[in-house]
Design a protein around this ligand. Structure first.
Ligand code: ATP
Length: 624
C-alpha cells in the first residue's frame, strides 16, 4: 500500500523527508502572494544603468541641451536689467544701438529657448522610448524563459501589469524627470550663490535651513516609496482579476459568477483607489510641511536680518533683495516633491520589474549541453528512464515518493489512476516542465537537464488536453511543431491524422484564421490539429494527456485513429481516460497517491484481481 505524504505533519520533526522544510516556503509569507519578489540589493539601479547604458551619448546631449535651454530662459531678466540700465538711457541720447542689441538678444533667447526645448523633448523622448522598448522586450523574453512553476504562481495578470503600468511610470520619470531635476538644481545653486554673494551670513543661514528640509525629503521619500509599492501591487491585483475573469469567461457565465466577481473586483478597485489616494496624501503632507518649514526659515532669517539692519550691520537694500531671493529659494521645493513623486513611483515599479527579471528559471538551460545519441536505423523512439526520482512541488508537499521506472523505446504506456494520483506530474517530469527534487530522468541515457531546450523539444513533446490554438492560420498552428515545414508537409500531417477534410472545408482552408473563426473549430477538431502538430514535430517521445470530455461516436473514432497514427513508431506515454486506449497500450501503469501500484501489459492486469481489473470491469459495464 502507499502512503500519502503530501500533508504529513511529521516532516518538521525529523520525519521521513528531512529536507522538506527547505522546500516549504508556504509557511513563510508568500512573496508571490504579496507581489514582492526577492530582489538582490541594488538590482533596480543596475537595471536602470543597463537600460540607459546604450543611450549614454543621448542622455548627455539632453543634459547639455536642457542646461543651454535654462541659460536662454534665465537670460530674460538680465536682458531686461540691461535694457533698463543701459538701453533706455542711451535712447535718451538718441543712441538706438543698445536697444537693437536688447531686441536681438531677447529674440535670440526666445527662439533658442523654444528650439532647445523642442530638441530636448526629441532627444529625451527617443531615449525613453528606446528604454521602454528594451524593457518591455526584456520582460516578455524573461517571462517566456521562466519555468512553469513560476507562471503558476505569478500569473499572467501580474506580468501584464509589469509590462504596462509599471513600464509607464518609468516613462513618466524619463520624459519629465530629467528636466525637472536640472531646473531644480540650477535654480537652487543660482539662488544660493547669489545669496552668499549678497551676504555671507544670510547665505549660510539659508544653506543651514536646508537641513530640516533634507530630513523632510528623506521621510517623504521613504513613505512615498512604500505607498507607491503598495499602489503598484494593487494595480497588478486589478489587472490579475480582470485577466482571470475574462480568460475564464465561459465558466464565469456558466456558473453565474458575474455578481460575486463584480463584488470582488469592486473591492480590489477600491483598494487601488485608496492606495492611490494614500500616495497623493503623502504628497500633500510633504507640500504642507515643507512650506511650513520654508516659511519658518524665511521668517527666522528675515528677523535676524532685520536685527542686523537695525544694528547697522546690513544694508536695507541687501536685506530686501535677500528676502526676495529666499522666497525663490524655497520655490523649487514643490517641484522637488513632484519630481520625487514620479521618481518614487518609477523606483517602486522598477524594483518590481527588477524582482521579476532577477527570477531564474527553475528548469535552467545547461551550460554545456550534451547531444542525444544517434538513433539506430529502424529503432522507434528512445528509452526513457526515471532513476531514483522523487518530486515535490515548491508550493506543496511530496507528490511522487522515490521511484524507478523505465519506458522501453517504441512502446506505448497508458497511465491510469484516480484524480490527483500524480499522472500529470509524472508526465511533466518527462517533458522537463519541472526537474525532479531528487534523482534523474534520462532519455537514451542522457539526463534531461543536460539537453538544450531545442534538443529536448525535438526529443519530447507533450500534447495537452486543451490543444491550445494560437492566433494565426490553421496551417501556422500545425507548423508550430516544425516551423520550417512546407505546406505539403503540413497537409501530409493533417491527412495522416484525418484532419484534412474538415480543414479543407473551412472558409479559407488551411489559411483560415483560427481566432476569427475559432468558433467553427470544435473540441475534437482542435485535438486533431494538436495531433497533426505533434506528428509534424515527430518527437522520439510523445506524451499525450487524453481529453476527459467524451466526444460523439464518429468524433471519438476519428480521434482514436489519429492517436494510433501519432503514437506509432515512437515511445509514448498516454494519460488515459478511454478504455480503448488502455486496451491497445503495450503497458499499463496504475498510479495511486503518487506511486505506481500496478504495472504490466493490459491483458495480464485485466486477468488479475488488482485495482486495474476492478476498474476495467466498471469501465466495461459503463460502456455497456
Ligand atoms: N503546480 C502544483 N503545485 C502544487 N501541487 C500540485 C501542482 N500540480 C499538482 N499538484 C498536486 O500534485 C498532486 C498530483 O497532481 P497531478 O496533476 O499529477 O494528478 P493527476 O493524476 O494528473 O490528476 P488528474 O487526473 O486529475 O489530472 C495533487 O495532489 C495535486 O494537488
Amino acid at each position: 500500500m502507499t502512503t500519502t505524504t503530501a500533508d504529513a505533519p511529521t516532516d518538521d520533526h525529523g520525519g521521513p523527508y528531512p529536507d522538506r522544510a527547505a522546500q516549504a516556503p508556504e509557511k513563510q509569507p508568500d512573496a508571490f502572494e504579496q507581489d514582492v519578489l526577492p530582489t538582490p540589493p541594488g538590482a533596480s539601479r543596475t537595471l536602470l544603468r543597463s537600460l540607459l547604458a546604450p543611450h549614454k551619448g543621448r542622455v548627455w546631449l539632453s543634459t547639455v541641451v536642457v542646461l543651454l535651454q535654462q541659460a536662454a530662459v534665465q537670460a530674460g531678466p538680465l536682458i531686461v536689467a540691461y535694457a533698463l540700465d543701459h538701453a533706455v538711457p542711451a535712447l535718451r541720447t538718441g543712441d538706438y544701438g543698445p536697444l537693437i542689441t536688447v531686441a536681438v538678444a531677447a529674440a535670440v533667447c526666445a527662439v533658442a529657448a523654444g528650439a532647445l526645448q523642442f530638441a530636448f523633448i526629441l532627444f529625451s523622448a527617443r531615449v525613453s522610448q528606446d528604454v521602454l522598448l528594451d524593457l518591455r522586450g526584456r520582460i516578455f523574453r524573461h517571462g517566456q524563459a521562466l519555468s512553469l512553476d513560476f507562471h503558476e504562481r505569478y500569473t499572467s495578470g501580474r506580468l501584464i501589469s509589469r509590462a504596462t503600468s509599471d513600464v509607464e511610470s518609468l516613462r513618466e520619470l524619463l520624459d519629465e524627470g530629467l528636466q525637472e531635476l536640472i531646473i531644480i538644481v540650477l535654480q537652487t545653486l543660482y539662488i544660493t550663490a547669489t545669496l552668499i554673494y549678497l551676504d555671507w551670513g544670510l547665505g549660510t543661514a539659508a544653506i543651514l535651513s536646508a537641513a530640516p528640509l533634507y530630513l523632510l525629503v528623506r521621510s517623504f521619500q521613504r513613505r512615498s516609496r512604500r505607498a507607491y509599492s503598495a499602489k503598484s501591487s494593487a494595480t497588478a491585483a486589478v489587472i490579475v482579476k480582470f485577466t482571470e475573469t475574462l480568460n475564464g469567461i465561459r465558466p464565469v457565465q456558466a456558473f453565474r459568477r458575474e455578481r460575486p466577481n463584480d463584488a470582488a473586483f469592486a473591492r480590489l478597485n477600491h483598494r487601488h483607489e485608496r492606495l492611490n489616494g494614500d500616495a497623493i496624501l503623502e504628497m500633500a503632507r510633504y507640500v504642507v510641511s515643507s512650506r511650513l518649514v520654508a516659511n519658518i526659515a524665511v521668517a527666522a532669517i528675515v528677523l535676524w536680518g532685520a536685527y542686523r539692519v537695525a544694528d547697522g550691520g546690513l544694508a536695507l537694500g541687501v536685506m530686501a533683495a535677500a528676502t526676495l531671493y529666499l522666497r525663490r529659494l524655497y520655490d523649487p521645493i514643490d517641484r522637488l516633491g513632484m519630481f520625487l513623486n514620479s521618481y518614487e513611483s518609477a523606483a517602486a515599479s522598477l524594483e518590481k520589474i527588477a524582482g521579476l527579471l532577477a527570477q531564474q528559471p527553475t528548469v535552467p538551460e545547461p551550460t554545456a549541453p550534451l547531444p542525444l545519441p544517434a538513433v539506430a536505423a529502424g529503432r522507434p523512439g528512445r528509452e526513457a528512464d526515471f532513476r531514483g526520482v522523487r518530486f515535490a512541488y515548491r508550493t506543496g508537499g511530496e507528490v511522487l515518493p522515490r521511484f524507478d521506472l523505465t519506458l522501453a523505446a517504441g512502446t506505448t504506456t497508458a497511465v491510469v489512476g484516480a484524480t490527483g494520483a500524480g499522472k500529470s506530474t509524472l508526465a511533466k517530469l518527462l517533458a522537463r516542465f519541472y526537474d525532479p527534487t531528487e534523482g534523474r530522468v534520462l532519455l537514451d541515457g542522457v539526463d534531461l537537464r543536460d539537453l538544450s531546450t531545442a534538443e529536448l523539444r525535438r526529443g519530447v513533446v507533450m500534447v495537452t488536453q486543451e490543444a491550445f490554438l494560437f492566433s494565426g492560420t490553421v496551417a501556422d498552428n500545425i507548423a508550430i511543431g516544425r516551423p520550417d515545414a512546407t505546406r505539403a508537409d503540413i497537409e501530409r500531417a493533417a491527412k495522416a491524422i484525418g484532419a484534412h477534410d474538415f480543414i479543407a472545408a473551412l472558409p479559407d482552408g488551411y489559411d483560415t484564421d483560427v481566432r476569427k473563426r475559432g468558433g467553427r473549430i470544435s473540441a475534437g477538431q482542435r485535438q486533431l490539429v494538436g495531433f497533426a502538430r505533434a506528428l509534424l514535430a515527430d518527437p522520439s517521445v510523445l506524451i499525450l494527456d487524453e481529453a476527459t470530455s467524451s466526444l460523439d461516436i464518429p468524433g471519438e473514432r476519428a480521434v482514436q485513429r489519429a492517436m494510433d497514427t501519432v503514437l506509432r513508431g515512437r515511445t509514448a506515454v498516454v494519460i488515459a481516460h478511454r478504455l480503448s486506449t488502455v486496451e491497445t497500450a503495450d503497458r499499463v501503469l496504475v498510479m495511486s497517491d503518487g506511486r505506481v501500484v500496478e504495472d504490466g501489459p493490459p491483458g495480464e492486469l485485466i486477468a488479475g484481481r488488482g485495482r486495474f481489473a476492478q476498474l476495467h470491469r466498471a469501465w466495461r459495464e459503463s460502456v455497456g
